[in-house]
Structures are given as structure tokens and as C-alpha cells.
Design a protein around this ligand. Structure first.
Ligand code: HEC
Length: 282
């Protein structure tokens, strides 16, 4: 039987250590590319730049939230900024118009009613009930860039033109990944990631680091990966499982990074720390 228990990566020949180092670099690059893709692709899911919890929820569970402005107008202190029931009704009707999607003849109801261009808007204009006019009269004292009131909310949540208003005026309805796409993604990832992880954590065993570290990282990495993978499917059923995805992913990524670092130190530093290098095994 071949006894590998005394083999150390640090004893391997120079060429093998170069090859293994490049192998680790490629895995790190591949992992980095995956992370970049997640931030730039999954991060787009909610229409706002950057990766957020909403992106994760939209991707793996799906999201259906009413327009934020609609929600805020139900809160008593915000509702009180409107001076009549008619104004409240007009804004609610305007924002609900977005639920019907595109208007017959093209265009989107929320934008069209905000711009309010055409004879059909004359009555509302006279009554002072156009969405634009209500926002201007009741909201912009706080929600305009540089507004004196509202403690600076006007700079974070401006509502003075349509590009600013539209961030809050639409229902957010985002379908999760289809089962087909998730199945294809699972097929590639569930087969490839554990395979290279097995190589990395297997090679970690051939280092001089304490046993609890080598074995602990091995076990923890695979548990993290399993949690991440399970979360992707379980989140479809219940959003409570969403935390498994970044949580498990972070555990796996952390273990992988530490394992790689431990191997690099073993290959390139430890031979010199141990003094004269032993002859590589035949
Ligand atoms: C007196 C100042 C003031 C006025 C007037 C005001 N707001 Fe606000 N608004 C705030 C502040 C402060 C916040 C942030 C804290 C919060 O969410 O309550 C906010 C938050 C919001 C948000 C974001 C809510 C969220 O939870 O993300 C929306 C949308 C909004 N306001 C819409 C309106 C509309 C529409 C009007 C007019 C009917 C209005 N506001 C009038 C001060 C104001």
C-alpha cells in the first residue's frame, strides 16, 4: 500500500508546485468571475444597480410588492400631508393604473398620467388633481433636491420629475428563475463546484497544518456548499430559506480562500522555514 501520510506539498518539485499554484490561481479567477457575474447580473434583477437582498429574493423566490408610494400613502403621517380625500384617491388611482400594464395603443399609464398631455386631463387639471400637481403642492417641500424640510430626504428620495418618481411609482413584480433555468444552473454548478472543491480540500490534507484545521475546513466547506445549493431550491417554497444562499456561499468561499492560502504557504514558505529542503519523493 502506498503511504501518503508523510507526503507534503512543500516537498514536491519546483515544477509541480508551479503547476499547482497556477491551478489554484485559475480556480480563484473562475470563482472571482462567478462573483462578478452575480453582482452584475443578479444585481440587476430589481432594476437598481448593486446587489441587494431584493435581488436575491427576486431571483430565487420572486417578488410582488405594491408601489412604494402607494404603501407610504397608507401610513398615517404621510397620508396627513394630503389635504383632501380626493387627492388621496387621485394618487391611488394613478398608481394603481400601473398594475394594468401597458395601455391600449401603447404607453404606460403611470407615466402618461404623470405627464398628463391631452384634453382628457383638463377636468383633473382644473380640480388640481393631476398627480404632478398634487406632488408639487404636497410633497416637494420635503422631496425636492435641496429641500429645506424633511431633514435632507429630498436628496435621497426626490420626487420632482418622472425619472425620480418612477423609482417609487411602480409595483415590483419579479418572477424567480424558471425551474428549467435553475435546473440547468444546478446541473453545471452541483457537478463542477464539489469536484474542484474535492481537489482543493484533498490537497489541503497534504500540508503540515494542524489536523483540526485541515479536516475542519474540509467539512465546513462542504456543509456551506450544501446549504447554499439547498437554499436555491428551498427559497422557491419559502423566503425564510433565502439566507442559506449568501450564508452557505460565504462559508464555502471563506473555507476555500483559507485552504488556498494554507496550500500556498505550505508550498512556497514552509520548505524554507523547515531549513534545508528534503529531497522530493521519487
Ligand atoms: C414634511 C416632509 C415630507 C413630506 C411633505 C412628504 N414626505 Fe415623503 N418622506 C419624508 C421623510 C422624512 C421620508 C423618509 C422616512 C420615512 O420613510 O418616513 C419620506 C419617505 C417617503 C417615501 C419613501 C418611503 C419608503 O419607505 O421607502 C416616499 C415614496 C414618499 N416619502 C412619498 C411622499 C409623497 C408622495 C408625499 C406627498 C404626498 C410625501 N412623501 C410628502 C418626508 C416627507
Amino acid at each position: 500500500m502506498i503511504d501518503l501520510s508523510h507526503l507534503r506539498l512543500g516537498q514536491l518539485g519546483f515544477g509541480v508546485r508551479v503547476g499547482l499554484t497556477v491551478f489554484l490561481a485559475m480556480i480563484a479567477a473562475g470563482y472571482g468571475a462567478g462573483a462578478w457575474y452575480i453582482v452584475h447580473h443578479v444585481g440587476q434583477k430589481d432594476g437598481e444597480p448593486g446587489l441587494s437582498w431584493l435581488d436575491l429574493e427576486a431571483t430565487y423566490h420572486g417578488v410582488d410588492k405594491p408601489a412604494e408610494m402607494l404603501t407610504v400613502l397608507e401610513r398615517p403621517e404621510h397620508r396627513a400631508y394630503l389635504t383632501s380625500e380626493a387627492e388621496h384617491e387621485a394618487l391611488v388611482k394613478w398608481l394603481r393604473g400601473g398594475d394594468q400594464g401597458e395601455r391600449i395603443g401603447g404607453g404606460d399609464a403611470v407615466e402618461a398620467d404623470y405627464v398628463a398631455d391631452g384634453p382628457q386631463y383638463e377636468a383633473a387639471e382644473e380640480a388640481g388633481l393631476l398627480p404632478y400637481d398634487i406632488l408639487k403642492a404636497r410633497c416637494l417641500s420635503c422631496h425636492a433636491p435641496g429641500a429645506a424640510q424633511g431633514g435632507g430626504v429630498g436628496n435621497q428620495i426626490p420626487l420632482h420629475d418622472f425619472p425620480s418618481v418612477k423609482r417609487f411609482a411602480y409595483r415590483k413584480k419579479l418572477e424567480p428563475l424558471s425551474p428549467e433555468i435553475l435546473a440547468v444552473s444546478s446541473h453545471t454548478h452541483f457537478l463542477s463546484i464539489p469536484t474542484f472543491a474535492l481537489l482543493v480540500f484533498g490537497l489541503l490534507l497534504l500540508t503540515g497544518w494542524p489536523r483540526f484545521l485541515r479536516h475542519g475546513l474540509f467539512a465546513l466547506a462542504f456543509l456551506g456548499l450544501a446549504a447554499d445549493f439547498a437554499g436555491m431550491w428551498l427559497s422557491r417554497v419559502d423566503r425564510a430559506y433565502l439566507a442559506l444562499i449568501p450564508g452557505g456561499g460565504a462559508v464555502f468561499g471563506g473555507c476555500l480562500g483559507l485552504a488556498m492560502l494554507a496550500m500556498l504557504l505550505e508550498m512556497w514558505i514552509s520548505p524554507y522555514l523547515r531549513g534545508a529542503r528534503q529531497e522530493p519523493p521519487a
